[in-house]
Ligand binder design. Sequence first.
Ligand SMILES: [Zn+2]
Length: 75
Amino acid sequence: MGVIRLEVDDILVLKKAHPCGSREWRVIRVGVDIGIRCLQCGRFVMVPRRKLEGKIRGIKRRGISLLPQESMLEV
Ligand SMILES: [Zn+2]
């Protein structure tokens, strides 16, 4: 696989669960910082790209699972 770039509306599956129990976040804003919203509790956070990069376990885009560990992930 090639390089994956984050897009708005991607669903990120993170390695660590949010305190509410969900691991899935929707990408709201893409820039120097990535804005993501927790799918379960609705919490919105801005995370620097570099910090987010190491936390992503998987990405779902339009219903298809992308596996960054098998490819280059460039957020
Ligand atoms: Zn949450």
